[in-house]
Design a protein around this ligand. Structure first.
Ligand code: AMP
Length: 352
């Protein structure tokens, strides 16, 4: 067990790290952020900050030496250099969770082996591969970069065979997925403790706009409610297969034929931000409890329902209006520059 007062290392300097650090501070821990950018909004609320590249093994080792445990808030960290971290401090979740989640093909192969069902897919490395994939799987479909994509970045909709010839391939490994006709989208967020204790938060119904999460609502619609058990069973298998410690997220499409696996994130997740006010223990606090070997807190709902809206780009300018309603819980991430499509904050409302 890592007792309060110790230092938790966080790889990644964004809003997820910031919210992990705030939860850790409530439990009496200090946090130290490691990130490549000079101005980290996570480091703004932490005791320590190391600016370094994710492949700088010497710097990673030095950082880890000052930490009792290290976690990450960003899954596009290369897994190999993390051996330099793991040599000096426990790394939770394990590096192999990163490996499984950061390559869309590895992720699908891994989840399929555990009985999960993604959309039909094919790896694409050339224009010919794409033509073959679109022919076999059909259009419409979505072409995605295997690595480094997030919030709809690195994705191209292929609506018809004509788009197959028109798309300019980015020269990176890709994957083509058949377009899923879904009734709704949802996520399963669980926490697994060092002792194997697994708890789930209620599944939120997630609505995306332009590939970016816009709103998470709990409770979810009936279509989702009927598919949560199957989705949870898969998420639990994933966590156990990886000997996972911490918060893990799986995203699903709820279809007429049951849950279709979309992707997983080995970390706290935007669709779980509602848990800060809406659950007895937030995803951030339980992540800290898990990686420090503390008993997990209850994931039960703290209200009849919860709605979380992301503040994207210019939405952040609406903060005076949001605060004029005393029932709103406003979270701003402290990002200096407002950019279109950038997650600037979120606002949560409880249904009491
Ligand atoms: P992703 O980054 O892969 O989660 O994609 C972002 C969003 O794009 C998803 O939450 C869906 O709304 C949409 N999307 C991605 N892949 C597909 C697909 N194969 N079929 C239908 N919609 C998709």
């Amino acid at each position: 067990m890592i007792p309060p007062g110790e230092t938790i290392g966080i790889l990644g300097g964004g809003q997820l790290g910031r919210m992990i650090a705030l939860a850790a501070a409530n439990l009496g821990y200090r946090c130290h952020v490691y990130a490549p950018e000079a101005d980290s909004i996570a480091a703004d609320v932490c005791a320590g900050f190391t600016q370094g590249d994710y492949d700088d093994e010497a710097k990673l080792a030095e950082f880890a030496q000052g930490c009792a445990v290290v976690t990450y808030e960003f899954e596009n960290v290369a897994a190999a250099p993390l051996a330099a971290v793991a040599a000096h401090a426990p790394l939770h979740p394990p590096a192999r969770a990163l490996e499984a989640a950061q390559d869309r093909v590895a992720e699908k192969v891994f989840v399929e082996a555990l009985g999960g069902r993604p959309a039909p897919w094919a790896a694409v490395d050339s224009a010919q591969d794409l033509a073959d994939a679109a022919h076999r799987i059909g259009t419409p479909g979505v072409l995605k970069t295997r690595r480094d994509g997030y919030d709809g970045k690195g994705q191209w909709r292929i609506m018809s065979p004509a788009d197959v010839d028109a798309v300019a391939l980015p020269g990176k490994p890709l994957v083509y997925e058949g377009f899923v006709t879904f009734g709704a989208e949802f996520s399963v967020i669980l926490v697994r403790g060092a002792d194997g204790d697994v708890r789930f938060w209620d599944s939120a119904e997630n609505v995306h706009k332009n590939g970016i999460l816009d709103r998470s609502t709990v409770p979810a619609c009936n279509l989702i409610a009927g598919q949560v058990d199957e989705a949870r069973a898969l998420a639990k298998k994933v966590a156990e297969a990886l000997d996972y410690v911490g918060v893990l997220t799986l995203e699903f499409f709820a279809t007429a034929d049951g849950p279709v696996f979309n992707e997983m994130a080995p970390r706290v997740h935007n669709s779980g931000h509602w848990t800060i006010e809406g659950a007895l223990t937030s995803q951030f606090e339980n992540h800290v409890r898990a990686i420090c070997g503390l008993p997990l807190g209850s994931t039960a709902l703290a209200a009849k329902g919860v709605v979380m809206d992301n503040l994207i780009g210019d939405d952040a300018h609406d903060w005076p209006k949001i605060l004029s309603d005393p029932a709103n819980h406003l979270h701003l991430y402290g990002k200096a520059a407002v950019r279109p499509g950038r997650k600037m904050g979120h606002v949560t409302r409880l249904v009491l």
